[in-house]
Design a protein around this ligand. Sequence first.
Ligand code: HEM
Length: 228
Amino acid sequence: MSQFLWVIFPYLALALMIVGSLYRFVYGQRGWGSKSSEILEKKWLRRGSLMFHWGMLFVFGGHVMGLLIPISVYHALGVSTEFYHFNADLFGGLAGLITFAGVVILLWRRTFDSRVRANSSTSDFVALILLLIVIGIGTFETVGYNNIFGAYEYRTTIGPWIRELVVLHPNAALMKSVPVVLKAHILAAFSLFAIWPFTRLVHVFSLPIRYPLRAPVQYRSRNRYRHY
Ligand code: HEM
C-alpha cells in the first residue's frame, strides 16, 4: 500500500499531468488557457484572484525553500531549526490564509453568481474544490496543527522523499512517520496534478514571462491627429 501511495500514485499523476498537457497543447490549443469571466463579474474576481495568485506565489516559494533545499544547507548557513520554523509558520501561515481566503471567494463567486455559474464547466468546479481541499489542509497544518502539536520537521522526511522522487530514485519508507494531515495534503496535491490538463489550470504553463521584453504594440487613432 505504501509503495502505491508514495511511488506509483505520484508517478501516475505526474505522467498524466505531463502527457495530458502535451496532448491538449498539440490537439486542443483553441481551448488552452483560462477563459476569462471578468466581463460577467468583476468586483469579487479582482479580490479573490489577487489574493489567490499573490498568496500562491509565496506558498510556491515556501515549498521550494522547505522541500527542495536540503536541511544541510540551512545548517551550513547557520539557520537554526527554531528560526526556520518560526518564519515558516509565520509567513507560510499568512500566505496560506490569504490564498485560502482567495480560493473561497473564487468558489463562492462561481457558485452563487448566476452569470458566472452559467458559463462554468464541471472541470472549473472540480479544480476549485480540489484547490480548496489542498490549500485548506496545508494551511490547517501550518496554522493549526503545528501550534497544537509543535512544528513538524518535514525537511527530514517529505523533503528527501520528493527530491528522491524527482531524480527517479523513489523511497516510500521516508513517508512512514509523516502525520496523516500532511499525507492527506500531499495525496490531494497529486490528485490535483492528475486532473490539471483537463482544467483551466493549464494556463499556469503559459505564464507570460517574456511579456515585458516583447516589442511594444503601437496604437494609433483612426481619426486624424489634432495639431495644436
Ligand atoms: C508536491 C506536493 C506537495 C507537497 C509535498 C507539499 C508539502 C507541504 C508541506 C510540508 C507543508 C508545510 C506544512 C507545515 O507547515 O508543517 C505544506 C503547506 C502548504 N501547502 Fe503544500 N505540498 C504540496 C503541494 C501543494 C499544492 C499543489 C498546493 C496548492 C495548490 C499547496 C498548498 C499549501 C499551503 C497553502 C500550505 C500552507 C502554507 C505554507 O506552509 O506555505 N501544497 N505543503
